[in-house]
Design a protein around this ligand. Structure first.
Ligand code: ADP
Length: 475
């Protein structure tokens, strides 16, 4: 069963990791595609701008001759009905460019020269650019294509050296997304050299991730939800498994403890009933005494089981009344007397002021005090000649406090927070044989909290432990 479950958890873990890995793979792929899209957009913009501004001499010449060829097939007219600057529309095999009424009267070649001029291809209209002004042109081109992000522009010579740049060279060379070396045609920015224009995008990662925003957020959200719910499921599963094991132990211990008094009583009764064995009145009295004590123990155990069952079902109700603290402590001490006598314990009580009254559920608080006293007796320090327990009750204007101090073995510091957990027992080689179910303190804490109070522990190894219960007067 255990192996099967471990295997199941392993398989689910692997599947989950697989899904996460796949998701990450798709995200990385989507990011790379966005990067490529941005770079090809930048390359196109560079090409276009080189064409339109004519900074690339050979490209400009090629475009000019191409435009001349195209214009041969085009009728350029100066219309009268329209004010539109340029309208291109098919007229049988030809195209017609209507420049508008203001050009009326120009001859055909002047009109065609004007079109070349408008396209920036006129031979006389060569403009020079600085890297900064050229950057503005490229920026317009990028913005027109929907890519509005900061970039640097540099002119790089044939040896790969930066000739001019819109930022300092070091910033330009910082690792970032940059265009490739596609456009190595000579540019007129620096006519003496053949070079190329390169763009670098310092904040491309942020821009691209922003572009992937929704898909990224949703993927991360689903991955986190899956991972969290899975780990919670595994933790819950192991906790329940542990609780089931502890409950099993509890049942075994309890059965064992119930069996012991039952068999002692049966043996005593058997001996008393057997007429063939002569039994003196003193021995008879002794047997009755043993049977009586064992039955008391049995009653206490059954009581404990019933209390625990009610506690488990959360059926505990607090019925408060005023009662005398000194008499109450004496009553509870009676229930632990046999245990105290067999352990040779000295139990002192200190009630301040004498005649102190408390308003609480007497039955429930008796069980709490009994648990604390039983623990003080059970977890004693074997190295010490005597068990010494001090019960102190006092009150001030605001609260009633009850303290049970012992000189026992103490509780290791790292377990002190856990002793109030249900079924928790301090693992101890020494006290291995000490019986218990790890329920007494969790029960005590629950009852005290139902009274609106608190329970605290102070402990020092080999010196002893003090439990303090505080019940507020108005709760
Ligand atoms: P149980 O005594 O049945 O094991 P409890 O809930 O009463 O369960 O106590 C939880 C654990 O706290 C015990 O197992 C014991 O290790 C530790 N403990 C409680 N009281 C004392 C004490 N007075 N001295 C030392 N250890 C104690």
């Amino acid at each position: 069963m255990r192996l099967k479950l471990t295997r199941l958890v392993l398989i689910t873990c692997t599947a989950l990791l697989g899904i996460i890995a796949l998701q990450v793979f798709w995200l990385v792929r989507a990011y790379r595609q966005q990067q490529e899209k941005l770079l090809s957009l930048a390359d196109n913009t560079l090409l276009e701008s080189q064409l339109l501004t004519g900074v690339n001499a050979s490209m400009r010449a090629a475009a000019r001759s191409l435009a001349g060829d195209v214009l041969r097939e085009v009728s350029v007219i100066a219309g009268s009905a329209t004010t539109t600057d340029t309208i291109v529309r098919p007229v049988s095999r030809h195209y017609k460019i209507d420049l508008g009424a203001e050009y009326q009267g120009m001859d055909d070649s002047a009109l065609k020269k004007h079109v070349l001029d408008m396209m920036g291809l006129d031979s006389g209209s060569r403009k020079t650019y600085t890297v900064a002004s050229y950057k503005e042109k490229v920026k317009e081109g990028l913005q027109a294509k929907g890519a509005d992000l900061p970039f640097h522009l540099a002119l790089i010579d044939a040896d790969g050296r930066i000739v001019a740049c819109t930022t300092d060279t070091a910033s330009f060379l910082k690792p970032s997304l940059r265009t490739g070396s596609m456009y190595t045609l000579p540019v007129s920015l620096n006519p003496q050299q053949s070079g190329r224009i390169q763009l670098s995008f310092p904040s491309a990662t942020f821009y691209l991730l922003k572009g992937m925003g929704l898909i990224l957020v949703l993927s991360l959200l689903f991955i986190t939800v899956c991972a969290c719910s899975f780990s919670y499921m595994v933790a819950l599963f192991y906790r329940q498994k542990r609780t089931a094991e502890i409950k099993n132990d509890f049942m075994n211990n309890m059965t064992h403890e119930l069996k012991t008094p039952i068999s002692s009583v049966s043996v005593a009764l058997e001996l008393l009933r057997d007429e063939s064995v002569p039994v003196s009145p003193e021995v008879k009295a002794e047997y009755f005494n043993i049977a009586g004590k064992e039955l008391d123990r049995l009653t206490r155990l059954v009581d404990k089981v019933l209390r625990m069952a009610a506690f488990e079902k959360m059926e505990v109700k607090v019925l408060r009344s005023h009662f005398d603290v000194a008499a109450w402590i004496e009553e509870v001490l009676q229930t632990v007397r046999p245990m105290a006598e067999s352990g040779k314990a000295r139990i002192d009580r200190n009630i301040q002021p004498p005649g102190l009254q408390v308003y609480a559920d007497k039955g429930q608080m008796s069980s709490v005090l009994q648990n604390l006293l039983e623990n003080a007796l059970k977890y004693h320090d074997r190295a010490k000649p005597e068990i010494h327990i001090q019960v102190t009750a006092r009150e001030d204007e605001r609260a009633f406090s009850l303290e049970v101090r012992d000189n026992g073995s103490g509780i290791p510091a790292h377990y002190r927070d856990r002793i109030f957990e249900k079924f928790f027992r301090v693992p101890s080689g020494d006290n291995h044989e000490t019986s218990g179910y790890g329920l007494g303190l969790s029960y005590a804490k629950e009852i005290v909290q139902l009274h609106g109070g608190s329970i605290q522990v102070e402990s020092e190894m080999k010196k002893g432990t003090t439990f303090t219960i505080i019940l507020p007067k108005k709760s």
